[in-house]
Design a binder for this molecule. Structure first.
Ligand SMILES: [Zn+2]
Length: 154
């Protein structure tokens, strides 16, 4: 008889705890540990260098399960009134780079400013013009970031 599968932990969908900040070094949390390896290394490197400038990175969202992404999309539809409008801010589980572990949301604002300014040195780029906090590896380290797309729908 095959062993029974261990049920996933409640936070295994990548949802972040409400009671504490998660940093790029909190690899015990699936939102961080399930990021694509190269992305995680780039963000950790940037976070170390930013810290020397007195800037601390907080991961406001990282890897998300499909279920988590679907929930965010449904919340977005409720908030913005339509799927079309919600899609400007929230992607579908099929398209979301958070689900594939290729995107990370960073806060607070001074950390975003730092990454927008210096992120390309690590290959990290702001992907969407309307999401100052959402970064992906969109160039090689030291390269030039592409112009951010208008929004998640574009
Ligand atoms: Zn994001």
């Amino acid at each position: 008889m095959a062993p029974t599968a261990v049920p996933p932990e409640a936070d295994d969908d990548g949802a972040l705890p409400a009671d504490r900040d998660i940093t790029p070094f909190d690899t015990w949390h699936p939102a961080v540990s399930r990021l694509e390896r190269r992305l995680l290394k780039a963000v950790q490197e940037a976070a170390r260098d930013a810290r020397e400038d007195g800037v601390a990175f907080v991961v406001t969202s990282g890897w998300r399960s499909k279920e988590h992404q679907q929930r965010l999309l449904e919340e977005g539809i409720e908030k913005y009134g339509s799927l079309e409008k919600a899609r400007e801010f929230v992607n579908t589980p099929e398209k979301s780079t958070h689900v594939s572990g290729e995107a990370v949301d960073i806060g607070p604002t001074d950390a975003d400013d730092w990454l927008i300014r210096f992120g390309s040195a690590y290959g990290l780029c702001q992907a969407y013009a309307n999401e100052l906090w959402h970064f992906e590896l969109l160039t090689s380290p030291g390269g030039t970031c592409p112009t951010p797309r208008n929004n998640a729908a574009g």
